[in-house]
Ligand binder design. Sequence first.
Ligand code: TRP
Length: 336
Amino acid sequence: MNQVYLTGITTTGTPHLGNYAGAIRPAIEASHKSGTEHFYFLADLHALIKGISPEEVRQSRMEIAAAWLALGLDTDRAVFYCQSDIPEIPALAWLLSCQASKGLLNRAHAYKAVVQENEESNAKDPDKGITLGLFSYPVLMAADILMFKAHKVPVGKDQVQHIEMARDMAQRFNHHYGEHFVLPEAQVDASTALLSGLDGRKMSKSYNNTIPLFAPEKKFRKLIMKIKTNSLEPGEPKDTAGNTLFEIYSSFATPEQIEAVSARYAEGIGWGDMKQHLFEHLNEILAEPRDKYNELMSQPKLIGEVLEQGATRARALSQPFMAELYDAVGIKPMWQ
Ligand code: TRP
């Protein structure tokens, strides 16, 4: 049986280096392997959880779609679609809601983090500001994954818990209604799973510390120059461990290049020189995709058509599968 790979990116903000190293690149690489099938999508329903403006949702959908295409996703090989174009996904999310234990969802990191913030700020209600959408985020994500019977889900480390929850919901459903779902596994690429951002914390839209993949060259250089370093002077030997510049470089370099740069750290390369080196290295990798990206961004109709074709292929699977699942729970034509 073919191995099915599936991953999505939430459409908030601009695609950044972390999206590329953590999701897009491993997903595209996997798509070249034989004996595999691929489902890659824009998680635009998940974007609504964050309470961002319609304009931002619209813009981010375009930018993230254009990034996948500019970075070389082969849409003949991979099914590439918008989550919101597949109405069976929210329908499945409901069936899974009826299996997911609330206690399990109480333990989701994203939910717990907000509760903790509320408790620390002595809010009267620990659930202050928390929507049902945020709370049930892992259920919608489980529906994304289980709908297409994914075996492997390439994600960053922070998402592993969600995949485990999806397994749990799938197991419960299978136990009650028979073997319908495949149990998915997270695929975390250890070297790139957690890229640090401008301030040294994990590169994340929530921390506002991301480096956009396709910022114009000048702006891109400026951002790289802003990455936080320590106060060691040129000539002083430097540690590569835990160094953001080195970490980002390593995520985009060959073992030989990494070794050469490690040697320069030991020799005491100045931070300014290292930043310039990192900029030139990334710029070389990104220059061509950047041109493609800009071209695509001026053709929203083309992007829309590609996604529509993807949705048609996805629905050819999701429609009959949803009918099978409804049937399994007892929702079927009256005469049957
Ligand atoms: N939650 C993921 C993120 O924020 C995005 C996502 C939504 C996803 N549905 C998914 C990832 C299904 C993998 C599989 O990064």
